[in-house]
Ligand binder design. Sequence first.
Ligand SMILES: C[S@@+](CC[C@H](N)C(=O)[O-])C[C@H]1O[C@@H](n2cnc3c(N)ncnc32)[C@H](O)[C@@H]1O
Length: 248
Amino acid sequence: MHRSTASRSALKAEAQSIIDAASRDFERGTITASDWQRRVSAALATAYLGDDDPRWQSGFDGDVELWRQARELVLDAVSAPGSFLDVGCANGYLLECLDIWSRERGLTLTLSGLELNPELADAARRRLPALSQGIYSGNISDWEPPHRFMYVRMGLEYAPPGQDAALLSRVLSDVVQTGGRLIVGPVPFTALSATHDAFIRANVSESHDVSATDRDGKTRYVVWARADAYLASRKRGRTNAYDGQPSD
Ligand SMILES: C[S@@+](CC[C@H](N)C(=O)[O-])C[C@H]1O[C@@H](n2cnc3c(N)ncnc32)[C@H](O)[C@@H]1O
C-alpha cells in the first residue's frame, strides 16, 4: 500500500518520537548503546514497512528520479571494481540500484548488505535473491565480517550520540580492507561539517568530498577516506606515544 503524504508524515513523526525518547534514555544512562541502536532501527523498520514503496522502505520519500539524484553520488567515491558493503541496507533497494548504476559506469561491484533489523534484512533477501547470501543481519558496532570489504558505505546516525568517531575507527580498523575506502553519506549540507569533524576526531588524516544537486536544488555530500590514511595516522599516533619507537 502507498500511503498519503499525511499518513507518511505521521509515520515519520512516530519514528522520530521513539528515536528522541531512546536518545534521552541513552543520555541519562538508562539504556546501553546497543539498546539505543536496536530501538532506533526498530522504529525505522516500523515506519519503512508500513508502506510498500521501495524507496520509502529505504528511508527516502521521493520519486525514482529524485532517488537517483540523491543516491548515485555514492559511486563517485568508488574508483575501481571491488567488494562493496552497504551498512544499514534496509530493504536492499540501494544495493539493487547500485548494481544497475555501477554496470552503467562499467564498474563491477560485488555487493553485500548489513542490516540491524531482522524484518528489513529479510525484506532485502526477498528483494534480492541473487544477493541473499551476502545480506547479513547484525549491528555494525560489533558485527564480525566474514571478510573485509574494499568499499564500506554507512551513516554516522547509526552510532548513539557522541559515538560517531568511535564507530568510524571501528569500521576502518575491522571492516574496510587495506587499500579500501570508508564512504559516509549522502548527507545534507547541514550535516557536512559534523561529518568532517567526526573523521578528524577518528584521527583520519585526509578525507574527500563528492556532491550532487538534485532537480529541486538540494545538494547532498558523501565524505570518504582511505583506510590507509587512517592506519598511517594511527601508527604516527602510536609512534609519538612510544618515545619515537613504532609499536608495529
Ligand atoms: C535510511 S536506511 C538506509 C537505506 C540505504 N542504505 C540508503 O542509504 O538509502 C538506514 C538503515 O540502517 C539500519 N541501521 C541503523 N543502525 C544500524 C546499525 N547499527 N547496524 C546496522 N544497520 C543499522 C536501519 O535499520 C535502517 O534500515
